[in-house]
Design a protein around this ligand. Structure first.
Ligand code: HEC
Ligand code: HEC
Length: 383
C-alpha cells in the first residue's frame, strides 16, 4: 500500500463502493419516485439501495477496521464533546475512523434505510400486486396507505439527514481543512492511525453484492414480464369474459374495466341509460338504434357488479372505494374524487387535444387499459 505522509488509509475501495452506491441509489430512487411511470426504475435502484444496506451491515461485522459497527462512537457525551471541540478548535485532530457525528449518521441511515427498503418491498407486493410478494395483496391490501406513508416520510427524513451530512462534510473540508471530501474518494484521511487491510474473501463478498445489484437492475427493468416484476393480475379479455358487455357497451367507447367503479356507480349507470351522457340507450328502440334488451342489461350489469371496485383488492379499486368515503359512487369515473386527485396536475388543454379529445378517453394515455391493465409504466400522454 502506497502510504501518503500524514495520511492513513481508512476506506478501502469496497467501503467506498458501498458508500457511493448507497448515496446514489437513494438519490436516484428519490428522483424516479417523482414520476409515476418510472416505477420500474424506482424499484430497481431501490432494491440496490436495500442490498447495499444489507451488505453494509454485514461489512460492519466482517469488513475492514474502520467500517466495523463496533467502532461507531454512539455515546451522547462524546457527541456533545465532538461539537464543542469543533467550535472551540478549528485545527483539532480528527479520528481515522468514524467521529461521533458520522457514527450517528451511519446508524440512523442503516435503521431508517432498512425501514424504507422493507416497506418498499411490501408496497411492491401489497399495493402494486407485483413480484414475488404480489400474493400479499389479497390479504393485506388494507395496509397499502399506511405502508406508503411510512415509506414516504422515512425517505424525506433520510433526504434531510443526508443534506445535514453533506453540510457537515463541507464544513470539515472548507473550514477545518481536513480534506474530508477526498477521504471517500481516495480512501486516505488526514489523520493518525493504522492502515486498513483487506483480505481476499472480503473482496469476494463485494463482488457477490455487486453482481446481485447488477442482476436486480437487469431483471427489474427488463421489458419482459419475468417473475420478479410480474403482476398478479392477469390481463383481461372482456370479449370472452362477457361478450354482451363487450359488444353492447363497447359500441361507442372502449368498454371500461369493471373494477374502476363501485357497485353503486354501475347501478346508477344502469338506472340512467335512458339519458346516458346525452345518448339514449333503451330496450324499446329499434335494433341498431342504441337498443340494449332488458335481458342483456341484466346480464351486463350483473357482470359489472360482480367485478366492481368493491370486489377487488387492486390499488385503484381500493383507492376509488376509499375516496367515496361512504358516499354513493358517481356515474362517471372522472367525477370520482380519486380520479380528480390523480389527474389534477394535467392541464385541461391536454384532455381537449386532438389525440385525447375527452377526459373519459383513458385509453389514450393508459396503454393496455382496454385489457384491464393499469400500469404506472404504461402512462404516456400522447403528443
Ligand atoms: C350510444 C353510445 C354509447 C353506448 C352504447 C354506451 N355508452 Fe357509455 N358513454 C357514451 C358517451 C357519449 C359517454 C360520455 C363520454 C364523455 O363525454 O366523457 C359515455 C360515458 C360512459 C361512462 C363514464 C366515463 C367517464 O368516466 O366519464 C361510463 C362508465 C359508461 N359510459 C358506461 C357504459 C356502459 C356500462 C355501457 C353499456 C350498458 C355504455 N356505456 C354504453 C356513449 C355510449
Ligand atoms: C391525458 C391523459 C390521461 C387520461 C385521458 C387519463 N389519464 Fe389517468 N393518468 C394520467 C397521468 C399522466 C397519470 C399520472 C399522474 C401523476 O402521477 O402525476 C394518471 C394517473 C392515473 C391513475 C393513478 C395511477 C397510480 O398508480 O397512481 C389512475 C388510476 C388513472 N390514471 C386512471 C385513469 C382512468 C380510469 C381514466 C379514464 C377515465 C384516465 N386515467 C384518463 C393520464 C391520463
Amino acid at each position: 500500500m502506497n502510504k501518503k505522509k500524514d495520511h492513513v488509509f481508512v476506506w478501502p475501495i469496497y467501503t467506498r463502493i458501498i458508500h457511493w452506491l448507497i448515496a446514489s441509489s437513494f438519490t436516484f430512487a428519490f428522483i424516479f419516485s417523482l414520476q409515476e411511470n418510472l416505477l420500474n426504475l424506482h424499484v430497481a435502484v431501490g432494491i440496490i439501495f436495500g442490498l447495499m444496506l444489507v451488505y453494509r451491515i454485514i461489512w460492519g461485522f466482517v469488513g475492514t477496521k474502520y467500517a466495523k459497527l463496533n467502532t461507531l462512537k454512539l455515546s451522547l457525551a462524546e457527541l456533545k464533546f465532538y461539537f464543542i471541540e469543533k467550535i472551540r478548535n478549528r485545527w483539532r485532530e480528527i479520528p481515522a475512523g468514524h467521529n461521533p457525528a458520522s457514527s450517528w449518521y451511519t446508524i440512523i441511515v442503516l435503521v431508517v434505510g432498512s425501514i424504507i427498503s422493507i416497506t418498499g418491498l411490501l408496497l411492491y407486493g401489497i399495493q402494486e400486486g407485483k413480484g414475488y410478494l404480489g400474493f400479499l395483496n389479497d390479504d393485506y391490501y388494507m395496509y397499502m396507505d399506511i405502508l406508503f406513508d411510512i415509506h414516504k416520510y422515512a425517505s424525506y427524513f433520510v433526504l434531510v439527514w443526508a443534506v445535514i451530512h453533506i453540510v457537515g462534510v463541507l464544513i470539515e473540508q472548507f473550514y477545518h481543512k481536513t480534506n474530508m471530501v477526498f477521504a471517500m474518494i481516495t480512501g486516505y484521511k488526514k489523520a493518525k492511525g493504522e492502515d486498513s487491510k483487506i483480505g481476499k474473501y472480503k473482496s469476494g463478498l463485494t463482488y457477490l453484492f455487486l453482481f446481485m445489484s447488477a442482476l436486480v437492475f437487469f431483471v427489474s427493468t427488463d421489458g419482459r414480464n419475468n417473475p420478479f416484476v410480474a403482476s398478479k393480475y392477469k390481463q383481461h379479455d372482456y370479449k370472452h369474459e362477457s361478450f354482451t358487455y363487450y359488444t353492447e357497451c363497447g359500441a361507442c367507447h372502449h368498454p371500461y374495466p369493471p373494477f374502476m367503479l363501485p357497485t353503486s356507480s354501475w347501478l346508477r349507470v344502469k338506472e340512467g341509460l335512458k339519458n346516458h351522457f346525452g345518448e339514449e340507450i333503451s330496450p324499446i328502440m329499434k335494433k341498431g338504434e342504441n337498443r340494449i334488451s332488458i335481458n342483456d342489461q341484466t346480464v351486463i350489469f350483473n357482470y359489472l357488479v360482480e367485478n366492481s371496485a368493491d370486489k377487488s383488492t387492486r390499488e385503484v379499486s381500493v383507492k376509488v372505494m376509499k375516496s367515496l368515503d361512504g358516499a354513493r359512487g358517481r356515474k362517471s369515473i372522472t367525477k370520482i374524487q380519486y380520479w380528480k386527485d390523480t389527474h389534477a396536475n394535467i392541464p385541461n388543454y391536454i384532455f381537449k387535444s386532438q389525440k385525447v379529445k375527452r377526459k373519459s378517453n383513458c385509453f389514450a394515455c393508459h396503454k393496455n387499459f382496454e385489457k384491464g391493465i393499469l400500469e404506472d409504466i404504461d402512462i404516456k400522454i400522447p403528443k
